[in-house]
Design a protein around this ligand. Sequence first.
Ligand code: NDP
Length: 399
Amino acid sequence: MGKALIIGCGGVASVAIHKCCQNSEIFDDIMIASRTKSKCDALKQKLDGGKTKISTAQVDADSTEQLINLINEYNPDIVLNLALPYQDLSIMDACLATKKHYVDTANYEPPETAKFEYKWQWAYRDKFEAAGITALLGSGFDPGVTSVFSAYALKHHFDEINYIDILDCNGGDHGYPFATNFNPEINIREVTANGSYWENGTWVETKPMQIKRSYDFAEVGKKDMYLLHHEELESLGSNIKGIKRIRFFMTFGESYLTHLICLQNVGMTSIEPIEFEGKQIIPLQFLKAVLPDPASLGPRTVGKTNIGCIFTGIKDGREKNYYLYNICDHQECYKEVGSQAVSYTTGVPAMIGTMLVMNGEWQKPGVYNVEEFDPDPFMAALNKWGLPWKESFDPVLVD
Ligand code: NDP
């Protein structure tokens, strides 16, 4: 039983908050605090009446001072950051000042450059350890579940893992020619950045979308997928024993890519500020404002996601392959919590990671990525809270 302060009230937060309310034995009291309080109030109104007590507040999470005041007033056991990656450090600073545990789903991003790396948050390790509090980084799906899958595979199926391919397939169709499934700014930054993968202790960089493969996904079918840089490659590269190569692939439809290339060619995906009618604007932030809100895609998205990892390594002296994955149905998610599967697959693990820190199973002073903890309670919770996983010992490998 405990109190959680949840920051942000967008697509992912909405699912995590629904799940906290379903799990009222652990989350008996939550506060939803975000930039736009009316969104927090609307969600509270929808969920009130259950066993979890819900309160709401307005906060600018870029301001550590505002956060400290709010934390002191509400006095939670833990802060779950489901705002944007730009707010990670201001929220971690507030947790340090008030000695509260911290959980997030995405690495800190400096607003002016797309980096997707952990160095800024890993620099907090000593401070969190000295303060006696836990920071759990990357408790979404990827990073998050894919990282826990890696720790689970190593614990139960391998003596060493040499190759990991993370395959993120969204077979959903929302009917729009172009829309993103989560925050458009973060999504487009990720997709238009150079790709890279980790091989033999160094990064190999590629042009955006340079490496393309096709894969036949269970319950979705054959899809084109592209190699991207992704933040968990960095942490898994250092935390999983024996790694020689890790790659991350994401599927994209033709319409999405055609629009993206066009938007990129005309400069709409740039994060360099430009002057427009006497005001500085960032083209990508303007683009976000004209695109459909990812939260509005729920009712119209049909199809399934299939996200998982293919591992190749050694067990008892012999080479072995193993595939762990989850399949999630967009419409089933919408029926349960009013959101599509991309928000669902991130919001559920955010609740689970927060629960495991709160109940002490994953509490250890310092800053940790999810694969550094025992994967077993997280894997059991995935089955219980809506993201059951499947395994295959004879997967088709990616060349
Ligand atoms: P949304 O844009 O839907 O929601 C973001 C929320 O944060 C909004 O409620 C927004 O407020 C709020 N917010 C933004 N800035 C501030 C601020 N300065 N102060 C207070 N609140 C603020 O994003 P998503 O829900 O799609 O994504 C949430 C996080 O999850 C992101 O960090 C994203 O990168 C991560 N993510 C992780 C994944 C994973 O698998 N690990 C997958 C998908 C997403 P307002 O309503 O006013 O705009």
